[in-house]
Design a protein around this ligand. Structure first.
Ligand SMILES: Nc1ncnc2c1ncn2[C@@H]1O[C@H](COP(=O)(O)OP(=O)(O)O)[C@@H](O)[C@H]1O
Ligand SMILES: [Mg+2]
Length: 145
């Protein structure tokens, strides 16, 4: 599966996240990749809303992982500050990745080796030839049966 979506303001990216959050299933892992300030957390806020989470979602930059209760539990990782695999192990990520909740990992490309094959990758990119608020979002799932 590969899908390409263009958004023209933060609300559209949030709405896409919300739609995917509504459809998310237990055990799925969503990997968000893209530069700082591209909209990963904007997407995540929508995603959380779609999972029925009413709590305010912020980027867990220092905590590495935040947990939220919704229709399913959401484990929101931001691994930007992870510098080695050992540090990632300290978060107990395996329990989350192979658990019954939904995982969403910002900066997942930094821990690519630890991400299960069937994870869903969402890449957000700007295009400097276009408007500041333009984003190109690519969704793909490789290990899909
Ligand atoms: N189309 C868009 N989609 C998402 N965010 C956008 C868009 N256009 C502008 N923005 C802005 O880009 C910023 C994205 O921030 P954030 O989601 O925290 O980035 P990241 O988590 O990737 O570092 C926000 O200030 C948001 O308002
Ligand atoms: Mg972020």
């Amino acid at each position: 599966m590969k899908k390409r979506i263009e958004t023209y303001d933060p609300g559209e990216t949030e709405a896409l996240g919300e739609e995917m959050g509504r459809e998310a299933k237990a055990g799925q892992i969503f990997c968000l990749s893209g530069d700082l300030g591209v909209g990963k957390t904007v997407f995540t806020k929508g995603f959380a809303k779609g999972l029925g989470i009413t709590e305010h979602v912020t980027s867990p930059t220092f905590a590495i992982v935040n947990e939220y209760e919704g229709r399913l539990p959401l484990y929101h990782f931001d691994v930007y500050r992870i510098s080695c695999e050992e540090e990632m192990e300290d978060t107990g990520y395996e329990e989350y990745f192979y658990g019954e909740g939904v995982c969403l990992v910002e900066w997942a490309e930094l821990v690519k080796d630890l991400i299960p094959e069937d994870a869903i990758w969402i890449t957000v990119e700007k295009d400097y030839t276009k408007d500041d608020d333009y984003r190109c979002i690519t969704i793909r799932q490789e290990g899909e049966a």
